[in-house]
Write a protein that binds this ligand. Structure first.
Ligand code: SAM
Ligand code: SF4
Length: 352
């Protein structure tokens, strides 16, 4: 693939018959009948960490600033997406807390008719001092990434991260009432796989969801080999050795995490098994990169350019038609089982 350039085509050429897309009122259905209502927005491709599984230590490529969507452009995309049937927004990155005007952006998204929920995935380094303002602007929930409970190891996995400040961010998230609080841990063989028991234990007396994520082979993972992927089943086996049988809670709708509980625990464990047990059938999401491309599947390279449309004077209905087109083109399944890996972008550009 790669970039699908559609803006030269008149919007009417790909504005489909309403009934084809709208199985239910205001729902954007893709060509496989999946309801696509969740837009994950990468606010920046830059980050204050350099996690080993996400970005190279040196020489990361960043889009020039004039290629990034401006705030007003981003809000127009959100408005068009809402008109097409998107209801949930997640802010991510790169690191979303380093985006200028974050509070105002959240306020603008919150005021968009049709948007029901705004959440954010963050490394939380800069979260504590701004948590109240983000909450007041309309942020409803956060996921915080934390791969190790050992300060030195955390520093080396993130290449510079300060675990104490991340804990301050977690405390702030609890204080402002962002519940349920979800913590993300990517497990990498030989780096933090010996910590899954300690990470899981956090849920015993805290009502958090600790999510173990299988490492995905995107560009930027550098020299981490496929053998570094630790499967969910391997993690579960290790936890059962320590804690006894995990209680299955469920696999709710489009949430990629299968959830379990340690016996008697207040919180939950989530397992996101994108590599070993893909959940494409229930996928409800689309991604917007910081440079304005709709990225149709995390593990494929297909994209549709909205920035060019915006900067060529697209009307709202043109944007809506492009987003419908992107929904329609959303592929089924990824190619990892056939050895096809995405090559265009790293996770820091896509937001996870
Ligand atoms: N900087 C924020 C953070 O780290 O939470 C948001 C962006 S980050 C790309 C979003 C999520 O993707 C994080 O939970 C991170 O751990 C996860 N992630 C990054 N690279 C990954 C990879 N190669 N495989 C699986 N998850 C990855
Ligand atoms: Fe930055 Fe998040 Fe990627 Fe880590 S996972 S380098 S914090 S974008």
């Amino acid at each position: 693939m790669a970039t699908i350039q559609l803006f030269d085509t008149p919007a009417s050429a790909f504005a489909p018959a309403e009934e084809h897309f709208y199985g239910q009122r205001d729902a954007a259905l893709d060509s496989f009948g999946r309801r696509i209502n969740y837009l994950r927005i990468s606010l920046t491709d830059r980050c204050n960490f350099r996690c080993v599984y996400c970005m190279p230590e040196h020489g990361a490529h960043f889009a020039p600033r004039d290629e990034l969507l401006h705030d007003d452009e981003l809000l127009r995309v959100v408005g068009a997406a809402a008109a097409v049937g998107f209801e949930k927004i997640r802010l991510t990155g790169g690191e979303p807390t380093i985006r200028r005007n974050l509070v105002e952006l959240i306020r603008g998204i919150k005021q968009t008719s049709g948007i029901r929920e705004i959440s954010m995935t963050t490394n939380a380094l800069k979260l504590a001092p701004i948590a109240d303002a983000l909450k007041e602007a309309g942020l409803s929930r956060v996921n915080i990434s934390i791969d190790s409970l050992q300060p030195d190891r955390f520093r080396s996995m993130t290449r510079g991260g300060d675990l104490a400040r991340v804990w301050a961010g977690i405390d702030a998230a609890e204080r402002v009432g962002w519940t349920p609080l979800k913590l993300n841990a990517v497990v990498v063989r030989g780096l933090n796989d010996d910590e899954v028991v300690d990470l899981a234990r956090l849920t015993v007396d805290r009502p958090w969801q600790l999510r173990f994520i299988e490492m995905m082979p995107l560009a930027g993972v550098g020299d981490l080999a496929d053998a570094s992927v630790v499967s969910s089943s391997e993690i579960m086996a290790r936890l059962e050795q320590e804690f006894g049988p995990l209680e299955f809670i469920g696999w709710k709708g489009s949430d990629p995490a299968r959830t379990y509980r340690l016996a008697g625990a207040q919180g939950e464990l989530g397992f996101i098994s994108s590599v070993t047990e893909p959940f494409c059938a229930t996928c409800n999401r689309m991604r917007l990169t910081a440079d304005g491309k709709l990225h149709l599947c995390l593990l494929r390279d297909d994209e549709l350019d909205l920035r060019e449309a915006l900067r060529n004077g697209a009307a709202d209905e043109d944007l809506e038609a492009l987003i419908r087109q992107a929904v329609f083109l959303k592929p089924w399944g990824h190619g990892l089982p056939d050895g096809i890996k995405p090559t265009l972008r790293g996770m820091s550009e896509l937001g996870g």
